[in-house]
Design a protein around this ligand. Sequence first.
Ligand code: NAD
Length: 384
Amino acid sequence: MNKVRIGIVGLGNMGRFHADYLLKGEVQNAVLTAVSDTFTRNLDFYRGKVAVFEDCSQMIRSGMIDAIIIATPHYLHTVLGIDALENGLHVLTEKPISVHKADCERLIAAHQKPGQIFAAMFQLRTDPKFIKIKHLIDSGELGQIVRINWINTDWFRTEAYYASGGWRATWKGEGGGVLLNQCPHNLDLMQWFFGMPSKVRGFCQLGRYHDIEVEDNVTAYFEYHNGATGIFITSTGETPGTNRLEIAATRGRLVFENGNLLFTRNEKDMKEFCQECKIGFAKPDVWNIEVPYAKTGAEHKLVTQNFVNAILNGETLIAPASEGIYSVELANSILYSSLIGEMVELPLDSSAYEAKLKDLIEHSTHVKKVREVVTEDFSKSFSQ
Ligand SMILES: NC(=O)c1ccc[n+]([C@@H]2O[C@H](COP(=O)([O-])OP(=O)(O)OC[C@H]3O[C@@H](n4cnc5c(N)ncnc54)[C@H](O)[C@@H]3O)[C@@H](O)[C@H]2O)c1
């Protein structure tokens, strides 16, 4: 194979975006050969350009594609992903890889065939500032991390956004709110940077700002195995909102905010200074360092290019889908803790959470109102 034939399922906001750069030839050695959507109007633009399928299972079995990008509502990532993997396709799934941890386990278990590539669309892992932060952590430059504080409240969404799809912001259609839709990227970065916490306490407000039944305002507390603690705050109801990531470590403090990455570096590691200094109120001297990084955005097509390169020549994946379980586990744990009113120990009991979610679906009384929305620049939704 010297060109990967790609099919896309789900031609809403995200699927159309992927189709657009593929049709423009912006991913090397890849060609869009088929698309699928159950809503036939969404297929019209593609008729005559590529093969179109109302039924994705036919596209999967058509012999016209080597790989599939899944950009449907989240629950279907599991169903369609398993079908595609079992039929030998390479799979790139949108985030979250599934709605809940038990579905992640089922999906990941279907990835069996040797040489089969299974990746997830975590494009923020290609963002230069986040790569820089990861490098500073992994290289030991920050010393030992003691506290993380991410206020991530610039995910503002209007009532029109929530009314734009029947599946959105319902337990049955989406399985959650801001934690499942906007935050999988941030939660993926949290686990990519810091690993998984051992304990999670969540406080979620359901429908605080919008006419929805799921969470749109969240505060979570994490405890890590080494004693470090973390706070993660998010909301789709605040504007202007804040995006401030502060990492306190023994070698200093790293802050990302307003596009700047600032490292206030202790001349001496805090632990050493604390033990050795003879004066009670002293502090180590600091250097203020503005950490440079390339001001390009995170690019979906970089992840797609990496997926294609992995298929053709074994390039290491930026975001293997198997790692997608962690952001889902964090989102589920925050919600579960809030719903039962207790701290949750990780690893999360995936069956207990699945049962809780089923219960929420069965007892839902919320009436979803759907309406057409004005077409707009969807890429505005990516900024972080
Ligand atoms: N990586 C990112 O930056 C990013 C950004 C936005 C959305 N997403 C993800 O992309 C996915 C889709 O989100 P969206 O905003 O495009 O939603 P959307 O509602 O705009 O589009 C979903 C599409 O899937 C189609 N669909 C539903 N069931 C189907 C089926 N069985 N077979 C084929 N098509 C089906 C719908 O008709 C619709 O066209 C979500 O999982 C979301 O989390 C990722």
